[in-house]
Write a protein of this length. Structure first.
Length: 251
């Protein structure tokens, strides 16, 4: 019985090595509904599981090389979906978690600015004052479901000893969803739009992010920020691939 988790881990290791589309699909969260933050959602197109965002659109006729700068607006939380059903029975915790939401939104804006500023792949300089060479990035958090830490701790502890018990972690994974619009400063028209919803990494043995309500969200946000830089730095966004969502130990 104690050897079963090793077999499970070995199976995931094979998938990790293959990096196949089916492995990404298995770990992928179901896309969130598009909120009113996106004014023309009909343009969005579903993407393969390995692409950083669930839905994506960009103006192929637009001359991307003329943009040299980018302004990152504060992240909106006005379009957050309603609380998950489980939260209704933990009123005090819900109030505490809601107080943390503005901090997550600020963290998201800072993460994108940090990646755009520090990543050597970045082709856009972050500015506060816009001109005709500037793109404006507007983003919204549309879902922020905390990791159910208590159940995740129980699942992890039991999963090391009892085969299958770590599946509790999958059931109780936290999720975060966002939407983004990249707009031309002169015309105000969107030149790119994207949506994404992600859940916790499928860590085999231990996910340290499970011990905080929104720890998972920050890791996901950091990945989005890095992938956004890659997308804006290439003429062919379809080549960009997100990291495989499985780790042995997630920190």
């Amino acid at each position: 019985m104690r050897h079963a988790p090793v077999h499970i881990l070995a199976g995931f290791t094979v998938l990790l090595g293959a990096g196949c589309e089916s492995a990404y699909n298995m770990a992928k969260a179901r896309p969130a509904q598009v909120s009113e933050f996106i004014s023309n959602p009909d343009l969005l197109r579903p993407q393969r599981a390995t692409f950083p965002f669930d839905r994506f659109w960009f103006d192929k006729d637009n001359n991307w090389t003329r943009y040299k700068k980018i302004k990152v607006e504060p992240v909106s939380t006005a379009h957050l979906l309603s609380d998950d059903w489980w939260a209704q029975v933990n009123e005090q915790k819900v109030l505490a978690m809601k107080k943390e939401i503005p901090g997550v939104a600020t963290y998201m804006r800072d993460a994108f600015i940090r990646s755009l500023t520090n990543d050597p792949k970045s082709s856009l300089r972050v500015v506060d004052v816009v001109d005709e060479e500037t793109l404006v990035l507007k983003m919204a958090l549309v879902e922020l479901v905390p990791t159910k830490a208590f159940f995740n701790v129980a699942g992890t502890a039991a999963g090391i000893l009892i085969p299958g018990a770590s599946l509790v972690n999958v059931v109780n994974a936290g999720t975060v969803a966002m939407e983004g619009v990249l707009a031309d400063t002169r015309t105000g028209k969107a030149v790119a739009m994207f949506t994404s919803r992600e859940k916790d990494d499928m860590s085999a043995l231990l996910n340290m992010n499970d011990f905080t309500w929104y720890g998972h969200a920050k890791k996901i946000i950091n990945n989005w920020a890095r992938q956004f830089v890659e997308i804006t730095a290439t003429d062919d966004p379809s080549r960009v691939k997100k990291p495989f969502p499985f780790t042995i130990i997630a920190l």
